[in-house]
Design a protein around this ligand. Structure first.
Ligand SMILES: Nc1ncnc2c1ncn2[C@@H]1O[C@H](COP(=O)(O)OP(=O)(O)OP(=O)(O)O)[C@@H](O)[C@H]1O
Ligand SMILES: [Mg+2]
Length: 228
């Protein structure tokens, strides 16, 4: 089990928006397997842009994202979507749960996308197990608008895990939670990393994440900087 299950790195990434804002300016970063990588920096420093490029949601203007040694710029959108679905999990600040689906159905969505022809029952059981594990099994049939912020984010964590991804990308996952729910989420991520060896890449302002990892990248003005 010591074998690496993936390698992911960004080399000399540059991204400029039409407004001439250099969101990323020659960023080189490697994501360690089995660890929590935290990306910090002031608002506008390029955290989300970097996360989206590493997660193959966006493309750089120049530089490369290498996944398992392959240059991902060579992949077409279909291949990129397949990789996102099979290798990555996603957690967002505003949860992005589908309001018309129950909690359980929301958790199943990544598997439905992966294989729409398999019986829903098999997926439901898997979703239930995850929801139970995160103490929200009793909410499986509820709709997201009946849940607290902390509960919604735990549902989003279940959804990010159901496809057994190699990397979970989280953009400001505590940004919409109160202090206690935020601390609980930090703790949950720590446990998932320690006990299940899950790899996380987290863009955040929340300093509590600094307590659960030493792998911290600081961005400022689109560049990686050392923080005193
Ligand atoms: N779609 C876009 N079009 C134009 N400019 C953009 C776009 N997305 C981001 N930017 C700009 O790129 C820079 C980096 O933005 P980014 O969202 O990556 O920052 P961030 O560090 O995630 O900030 P925050 O902490 O507020 O989420 C900012 O100056 C932002 O205004
Ligand atoms: Mg952001």
């Amino acid at each position: 089990m010591n074998e690496k299950s993936f390698t992911l790195s960004g080399l000399n990434i540059v991204k400029t928006y039409e407004t001439n804002v250099k969101a990323l300016d020659d960023v080189t970063i490697s994501i360690p397997d089995g660890e929590i990588t935290v990306i910090m920096g002031p608002s506008g420093s390029g955290k989300t842009t970097l996360l989206n490029i590493l997660a193959l949601l966006d493309t750089p203007d120049s530089g490369k994202v290498l996944l398992d040694g392959k240059d991902t710029s060579k992949f077409d959108e279909k291949e990129r979507a397949r990789i996102r679905n099979e290798m990555f999990g996603f957690v967002f600040q505003f949860f992005h749960l589908i309001p018309e689906l129950t909690v359980e159905e929301n958790v199943i969505v990544p598997l439905m996308i992966r294989n729409p022809f398999i019986s829903l029952c098999a997926y439901r059981e898997k979703a239930r197990k995850l929801l139970d594990e995160f103490h929200i099994g009793n909410k499986a049939s509820s709709y997201p608008n009946k849940l607290s912020g902390g509960e919604r984010q735990r549902v989003a964590i279940c959804r990010s895990l159901i496809g057994e991804p190699k990397i979970i990308f989280a953009d400001e996952p505590t940004g919409n939670l109160d202090k206690i729910a935020a601390l609980e989420l930090v703790d949950l991520i720590k446990t998932l990393n320690k006990e299940k060896k899950k790899t996380f890449v987290i863009a955040t302002h929340n300093e509590n994440f600094l307590k659960i990892t030493t792998n911290i990248i600081y961005l400022s003005g689109g560049k990686i900087v050392n923080r005193e």
